[in-house]
Design a protein around this ligand. Structure first.
Ligand code: ADP
Ligand code: MG
Length: 503
């Protein structure tokens, strides 16, 4: 049994789990199924729209009527090429389709057209950030394209099952990693980064709720310094939370098995979202069980260098490059730059804000980052909105930040202004002018008010003069209050120092 579980990061990047019998190392590899963004399916012209009535997006090809032939959708191929390039992979000029034979009620062909020995993309990698600021490279084995199956529905009738073929034939990319991950946390960070890159590329929307991204999770454990253990594969897990739970359950199950002299079977398991446990689905089928053979209805997929280069040119700046550039150009802290770059729409918003002012300074860039990641995100969270639905536009947020920067309003007042902007949709300057929220920067005006405050607090002034320095804050607070928070704090400080030294 497991007495204690302590994870410790050691120098070679491994995370060990220590129990009373010694250390275990965890090994994780993923097969991620990412639905290709495309209006039509991989081998037919049927629509891929999500949420359509059952069996309305089905062509003769998707229903596997006899005599029909698949025709490759070249846009889906372009999307896979783009993904491969974005993930640092090698695009193979010749790849091939194979038939993977198995019987499911929702697979009318009786086989899936996939790629087996010759995938379109080989290799690739993603660098993920570690907590200590270093990065770790997770390597990819391959990416291949294949068609999705339909969906069996068992919960609509007590004695009937239904089949919806809308998803049948939709293009998927299967992204297979090397067994390079070492913990549930690392796997989750990898998946978030992968999702972020696919969304930047516009090749998969990463919507896990709609099943656009799901993963088969392979987990094994072994003693450090020995060969990798036998893996169990947990099929089709479709949320970050469940993937973490499935991995942690598997780790505990396998440790318990091996520590009681049992063995881990190479098998396919299901994750039960109700209990948080995995259970046997079937013993692992070998490749030979699928009777793979080259798809006779499709020629090999041959690509030209020109086509690949043309697609390479369409790849936008990806999160790592954007993070590095924001750090380089604006001295943004790595943390801010990573947060901004992680989501394409957040990055777009931020960069639109930067563009709204002429040659933004580093100070301005840092302030804009703070205001977006802090105050604006808190408004978004409260109202459950995504940044693309923000009530305050990037340009208007930039204007607000600029008003702080050029001392028209203080940061404190700006929070109020932002709230009013959020409610009304008005511009910062309109609100500031309409409500007289401009900062008081006139030394004379501030002096007038400060004098009144000091006159009203004569005894405190003498206490201050006799050495009670702390009272300075009291005078600042009182004067600020009288100006309704509008005094420029720096000028206020100077004025008070001068008045008190003369008192
Ligand atoms: P299959 O289709 O039979 O599951 P694949 O080669 O497509 O086989 O996928 C194997 C997956 O299992 C890869 O993601 C790989 O990284 C992972 N894997 C391989 N060996 C191990 C292991 N010992 N422990 C954990 N994961 C592993
Ligand atoms: Mg598998």
């Amino acid at each position: 049994m497991i007495d204690t579980i302590n994870s410790c990061n050691n120098c070679d990047n491994s995370v060990y789990i220590e129990t009373s019998t010694g250390k275990w190392e965890v090994v994780i590899g993923l097969e991620v199924h990412a639905q290709v963004i495309s209006n039509s399916k991989l081998f037919s012209n049927a629509s891929t729209s999500f949420g359509a009535s059952p069996n309305t997006n089905v062509s003769f090809v998707d229903a596997a009527l006899p005599g029909v032939l698949p025709v490759i959708n070249s846009f889906c191929v372009d999307q896979a090429i783009k993904t491969g390039l974005g993930l640092n992979g090698h695009v193979n000029l010749v790849s091939r389709f194979d038939r993977k034979n198995y019987f499911y009620a929702d697979l009318p062909q009786g086989y899936q057209i996939s790629q087996y020995k010759y995938p379109i993309i080989s290799g690739g990698y993603i660098d993920i950030d570690k907590e200590d600021g270093s990065t770790r490279r997770i390597n990819l084995e391959r990416i291949h394209i294949e068609q999705d199956a339909g969906k069996s529905i068992h919960d609509q009738s007590p004695n009937k099952s239904f089949i919806d073929l809308n998803r049948s034939g939709v293009a998927l990319m299967e992204i297979v990693t090397k067994p390079d991950m070492r913990s549930a946390e690392e796997t989750s960070v990898f998946l978030q980064k992968l999702r972020s890159i696919l969304r930047y590329l516009g090749t998969c929307d990463g919507n896990m709720e709609e099943g656009s991204m799901r993963a088969d999770v392979n987990v094994s454990i072994h003693r450090p310094g020995t060969e990798y253990g036998t893996r169990a594969e947990v099929k089709n897990v479709n949320s970050f939370k469940f993937i973490t739970a499935a991995i942690n359950f598997e780790i505990q199950r396998q440790i318990a098995l091996l520590e009681s002299s049992g063995t881990v079977d190479q098998e396919t398991r299901l994750f039960d979202t109700g209990t948080g446990e995995t259970r046997t689905m079937r013993s692992k089928e070998d490749a030979q069980d699928y009777r793979y053979f080259p798809e006779p209805d499709l020629p090999p997929l041959v690509l030209s260098e020109e086509r690949i280069e043309a697609i390479r040119k369409t790849i936008p700046e990806l999160p790592d490059a954007k993070t590095a550039r924001l750090q380089r150009e604006f001295d943004l802290p790595h943390y801010d730059a990573t947060l901004i770059s992680a989501d394409r729409e957040t990055a777009d918003f931020y960069e639109r804000g930067l563009k709204a002012v002429n040659s933004p300074s580093k100070d301005f860039a840092k302030m804009l980052a703070n205001w977006m990641l802090g105050e604006l995100f808190s408004c978004l969270n409260k109202s459950g909105k995504h940044i693309t639905e923000s009530n305050v536009s990037a340009e208007n947020l930039a204007e607000l930040v600029n008003l702080i920067k050029i001392n028209v309003i203080s940061g404190k007042i700006a929070k109020e202004v932002l709230e009013l902007m959020w409610e009304s949709g008005n511009k910062a300057i309109e609100i500031v002018e309409e409500r007289g929220m401009k900062q008081i920067t006139s030394t004379e005006e501030i002096e007038k008010i400060a004098k009144v405050v000091l006159a009203e607090n004569e005894s405190k002034v003498s206490e201050y003069k006799s050495g009670k320095d702390k009272l300075f804050g009291f005078f600042v607070g009182q004067t600020m209050k009288r100006t309704e928070g509008k005094a420029n704090p720096q000028i206020l400080n100077e004025v008070l120092k001068k008045l008190l030294s003369e008192a």
